[in-house]
Ligand binder design. Structure first.
Ligand code: SF4
Length: 348
């Protein structure tokens, strides 16, 4: 147990054996429905609030908070109870507020374009640590309500299925977010996609594809060597057939790497049989990966080329670039590095 959000209602009841039966429910509802800290639950006697503060796990600590896009994007660095750092991002749009959640501290997938992958893997997050990120962002978003959750922060979510699955249920149940507002992202973790296909909660699936050619995808996403595109297509076809959910492909457009006409043909041929929707993302700059995003003109041409090939596509807005909160930029620097960066940022 690393977060108060790791405790189920029954766990809280066991922690409070001498209290009336309704007390555990009060605390559980205060944490989830009310998004409150224990010290804010004034309906609970002060002595019990004090005791709960001592016995409940400390959970996540905000190390830094930075905003961009005129406050429309907020990124937090959060410290886990063992000192590991993760990042969570809140993005406000006209009609929705989306939280981008981490599922691991670091990541073992080592994708070449991704700052998190370059930093290596520390550990899986617990269910409570995943849920608590949403609570922190939802408190900050008020009076706006968080409407969507994307599991696109640090880590490969489907590699942490054991803790992700209960987190999806907790967000859908006690936190009241519809399954269709939860999107799990993966670079193609085939066993995890099979788990998601068998999961009764019909959440959305987004696959970070980035290349539809095995040799070039191997170079971008090492997991492709274990689960190549043919194997991935089979489990995705099963996912679409079983769940009747729309599949989406994420494609970060990299100048001269995956934005050629050949890439267009390969992507269209891969996406069409799966009726997948493509999200085109102009690549964000990442230290250590010395390539450029495609030009705005090429991004528009690529989108038009997909339409001509009967594939639906959307060009995604890039948010939070100046605070390293955009796709592929969540790195979880050390605290020292974060502080140094913040001092640099606020300096003259
Ligand atoms: S892109 Fe995703 S899966 Fe790949 S290294 Fe980055 S966080 Fe991990």
């Amino acid at each position: 147990m690393r977060s108060a959000y790791d405790l189920e209602l029954e766990d809280l009841s066991e922690l409070l054996p001498e209290e009336p039966a309704y007390r555990a429910r009060q605390v559980f509802d205060g944490l989830h429905g009310g998004l409150r800290r224990v010290d804010e639950m004034t309906e609970i006697p002060a002595a019990l609030r004090g005791r709960l503060a001592e016995i409940l796990p400390a959970g996540l600590t905000v190390v830094s908070e930075r905003s961009a896009d005129d406050g429309g994007t907020v990124k937090w660095a959060l410290e886990l109870d063992d000192g590991a750092l993760i990042e969570t991002v809140l993005m406000h749009y006209e009609r929705r507020s989306t939280v981008c959640v981490s599922t691991q501290a670091g990541c073992a997938m080592a994708c070449s374009f991704c700052a998190t992958g370059q930093a290596g893997f520390t550990r899986h997050l617990t269910t409570g640590e995943i849920v608590e990120q949403v609570v922190i962002a939802a408190r900050a978003a008020a009076p706006r309500r968080v409407s969507n959750i994307v599991f696109m922060g640090m880590g490969e979510p489907l590699a942490n299925w054991k803790n992700l699955a209960p987190a999806l249920h907790r967000l859908n149940g006690p936190l009241g977010l519809g399954a269709r507002r939860l999107t799990v992202s993966t670079v193609g973790h085939v066993p995890g996609i099979r788990n998601l296909t068998a999961e009764p909660l019909a959440v959305n699936l987004a696959v970070s594809l980035h290349s539809a050619d095995d040799r070039r995808r191997d170079a971008l996403i090492p997991l492709n060597r274990t689960y190549p595109l043919g194997v991935l297509a089979e489990v995705l076809a099963d996912y679409v057939e079983t769940t009747h959910r729309r599949l989406s492909f994420e494609w970060a457009l990299i100048d001269g790497v995956n934005d050629t006409d050949r890439d267009l043909d390969e992507l269209a041929a891969y996406a069409r049989p799966l009726a997948a929707h493509v999200n085109l993302i102009p690549l964000n700059p990442t230290p250590g990966y010395l390539v450029r995003g495609s030009t705005p003109r090429r991004v528009a041409e690529f989108a038009a080329g997909l339409a001509q090939r009967q594939v639906t596509a959307t060009v995604r807005m890039t948010r939070g670039q100046e605070i390293d909160a955009a796709c592929g930029q969540l790195a979880g620097r050390t605290k020292v590095e974060l502080r140094t960066k913040e001092e640099t940022d606020v300096g003259p």
